[in-house]
Design a protein around this ligand. Structure first.
Ligand code: FEO
Ligand code: CA
Ligand code: CA
Length: 729
């Protein structure tokens, strides 16, 4: 997620005794014997490349293999830093034309980046997030192993709206205050997805955007799409009918747009999965609406605060689109107050049309876009597939990013049939609309259980509101509460090793853990008690996060039980009390977020930190000074119980978060998204560029942009090895 208001959260007490803190570091609960019995082996191979596997240290102990990367130093500069021997170029930036021409055939003008630009339906949106590369054939169809030409799909999660308008935004919500319709339109269209054709040139492994590509397009928060799966047509998704942007909405099936697209997923049938995370923050709810509604309140749209007082629920994104002076229903719908005679007379149910995994066929712009409600409704971070095994179900792992929220997985009813490769949305219909949804329970002994979320299972019944699978698809968080899933430290990305099925999750941080206050949503819903530490989340006020590994029984991603261990804890290297994974100055990090196991088994870790590591203001040497901008690291996890060796591979420019990574199938071209450089706008005067936190990306992503004058822009960069080799090898 983006941090418009970074919080410094590491000045809580470190509790390193009462919860066997150190003992939990590398749990070692998965013994070598279990490993040899076939739980896993972290052996990874790339076609034609070396084998990455554990090797002996000479004493009989296995040590994790080490990525062949020179670890770089931390950086606070306004540029991207990468290791020697690598090259980075800028591919696609906020506002860059997505298409050469708009739908009317008019050329899309170059981005002026002065706040006057319009038509984000044909330009890159803001806040670049997760991305995925699909190889494409000469005929324009999905071709898995094409490294020279493909479609790059990416999310535009949120906005630094200040820089989207000529004079910034200075709006205070109050009686009669309205936002300008043209600004709202721009902001709505700057959300969503980009699909862009990318191709190599005549030499080298660099890539550029093919502006004439016929698949180039934007999907935005205005694009018509469909509800699919158990919640399709449900009364809780129906609302006042309106028509906009080529669609008519309100029937619980036809819905408008996708919002706060954070992380992602992919399918072998050639579709892109984009996931709706902090959608609740776009809604306003007047305190006149006091009807208890778990379907929106458990997601944060509450008009009764934890102290019991009434208040307007004002979306934390602060965009107030519902106040548009144009009075368009498509913008008014972001006021979800129950104000009419019934749900057909107002927009109270519009929030229930968001919070899903959304499936898009990038190869077929005419195909319907579908919200797959069988995968549950939450603050979806992403949906990452398990191994695809013929005859076995298709599995997706999902994090719900909120303090104390849960880890989930979906297991399809239909068994994987390799004949469905390239089958598009029709294949998606056969896998994504029917299956079982589970939430994870982590036990203190290193075992774990998948709790099925279904009527009649794990305490869910009609008596407590869960008589149908639609109930579970719409109020998934509450189902997880009742089933007894483990409250996690903000589950962000998952990553699955497609060779052995190992699953990793980032748990980014949780300032509310054991802090003595019961102010987080799950705490409120589970009896109003502060939730303390547990084995999988063992740090009070966890400022720096951890990465957890789950090994499904018998290596089967559809298994109902697993073993788990913590792979690494984030920390400042100079924070002796918290640096229990013994990170060094060239491997320390905080708040892991983006995560990816590449096809060779290398684990890439990206950070979105709000602690002192990135945002500290203390004096040099105080232990609370900022150490580095956000970054990407790489490691090879090795086998369970091994301590991975972590290398720092990239540091971003000022004020950014690093999120989104993929490579071409040959491993020679890497794509990385740099989100919201210069996001801190406190004290910025748009007439004085020297006051901007960042001017990145400038002329080159690796050139220092500090002396520039441009407004900062999120962007995708392309990284290649200067000798033409495979990245990370
Ligand atoms: Fe959009 Fe949880 O990050
Ligand atoms: Ca994220
Ligand atoms: Ca708490």
């Amino acid at each position: 997620m983006s941090h418009n208001h970074p919080e410094i959260i590491d000045n809580l007490a470190v509790d390193d005794s009462s919860n066997n803190f150190y003992q939990n570091v590398m749990q070692k609960q998965m013994t070598r014997r279990e490993v040899m019995a076939g739980v896993t082996a972290a052996t990874a191979v790339v076609a034609g490349g070396p084998v990455l596997t554990a090797c002996s240290d000479g004493t009989g102990n296995l040590v994790a293999p080490v990525p062949a990367v020179s670890s770089i130093s931390k950086s606070l500069a306004d540029r991207v830093v990468i290791p020697a021997g690598y090259t980075a170029t800028t591919l696609y930036r906020l506002g860059d034309p997505t298409n050469a021409n708009d739908a009317a055939g008019m050329a899309v003008p170059a981005y002026k980046n002065d706040g006057t630009d319009t038509d984000f339906a044909n330009r890159a949106g803001d806040h670049f997030d997760a991305l995925y590369y699909f190889g494409m054939s000469a005929a324009g169809t999905f071709e898995l192993n094409n490294s020279a030409r493909g479609l790059l799909c990416m999310n535009h999660e949120a906005l630094t709206e200040f820089y989207l308008h000529q004079a910034g935004v200075n709006f205070g919500r109050g009686s009669g205050n309205k936002r300008l319709s043209a600004q709202v339109l721009k902001e709505v269209e700057a959300h969503g997805i980009s699909v862009i054709e990318v191709a190599r040139g005549t030499s080298g492994n660099g890539m550029s955007h093919v502006l004439a590509g016929t698949k180039n397009r934007r999907v935005t928060a205005r694009t018509p799409m469909l509800i699919s799966g158990p919640a399709r047509g449900d009364a809780r998704l129906r609302h006042k009918s309106y028509t906009a942007n080529g669609g008519t909405f309100g029937d619980g099936i036809n819905v408008q747009g996708t919002l706060n697209n954070c992380a992602n997923g992919y399918t072998p049938w050639g579709t892109y999965l984009t996931c709706e995370e902090n959608w609740a923050g776009y809604f306003f709810r007047n305190k006149s609406d006091q009807t208890r509604r778990d379907d929106i309140e458990r997601y944060g749209i509450r008009t009764i605060n934890p102290a019991g007082a009434t208040q307007d629920a004002v979306g934390f994104q602060g965009l107030n689109w519902d106040t548009s002076d144009g009075n368009e229903d498509e913008f008014k719908r972001f006021d979800c107050t129950a104000s009419g005679a019934d749900a057909a007379a107002d927009f109270r149910n519009v929030p229930n049309t968001f919070g899903y995994v959304v499936e898009i066929d990038p190869f077929n712009p005419a195909a319907p876009i579908k919200k797959r409600t069988a995968l549950g409704r939450m603050g979806h971070e992403g949906a990452w597939p398990g191994k695809f095994v013929a005859g076995k179900p298709v599995v997706f792992y999902m994090g719900d990013d909120g303090r104390f929220e849960y880890i989930y997985k979906f297991v399809s009813t239909k068994a994987w049939n390799p004949a469905d490769v390239g089958g598009g949305i029709a294949a998606g219909d056969s896998y994504m609309d029917s299956g079982k949804l589970y939430a994870a329970k982590f036990n203190a002994d290193g075992s774990g259980t998948w709790l099925e979320l279904a009527p009649g299972q794990n305490g869910l019944s009609a008596a407590n509101g869960f008589g149908t699978q639609a109930d579970i698809s719409i109020v998934t968080r509450r189902a997880g509460d009742i089933a007894g899933a483990t409250n996690m430290d903000r589950p962000e990305w998952a990553a699955v090793n497609q060779i052995n099925g190992d699953v990793f999750f980032t748990l980014t941080n949780n300032s509310g853990r054991g802090n003595g206050a019961a102010t987080e949503l799950p705490e409120i819903y589970k009896g109003g008690q502060d939730i303390g530490v547990d084995a999988a989340n063992p740090r009070v006020g966890n400022p720096n996060g951890q990465i957890i590994r789950m090994l499904e029984t018998a290596g089967d991603n559809s298994a109902l039980s697993f073993r788990w261990e913590i792979t690494v804890f984030g920390a400042r290297a100079d924070d002796a009390a918290r640096n229990v994974s013994l990170l060094t100055s060239v491997s320390d990090f905080s708040s892991p977020d983006g995560l990816w196991v590449d096809p060779r088994g290398l684990l890439w870790i990206q950070t979105d930190d709000g602690s002192s590591f990135t945002n500290g203001t203390g004096a040099a040497g105080s232990g609370s000074e900022a150490l580095s901008n956000n970054q990407m690291l790489v490691t090879i996890p090795g086998e369970p119980g091994q301590t991975p060796v972590i290398k720092r591979f990239l540091v971003g420019p000022k004020g950014c978060e690093i999120t989104g990574v993929d490579m071409t199938p040959d491993g020679k071209t890497m794509f990385v998204n740099i989100q919201h450089p210069g996001e801190v706008i406190t004290g910025v005067d748009l007439t004085k560029p020297a006051t901007f936190q960042s001017h990145w990306p400038g002329s080159s992503p690796t050139a220092d942009a500090a002396s520039g004058t441009a407004r900062p822009r999120s962007a995708t960069i392309v990284i290649t090895k200067s000798d033409g080799g495979i990245i990370g090898m």
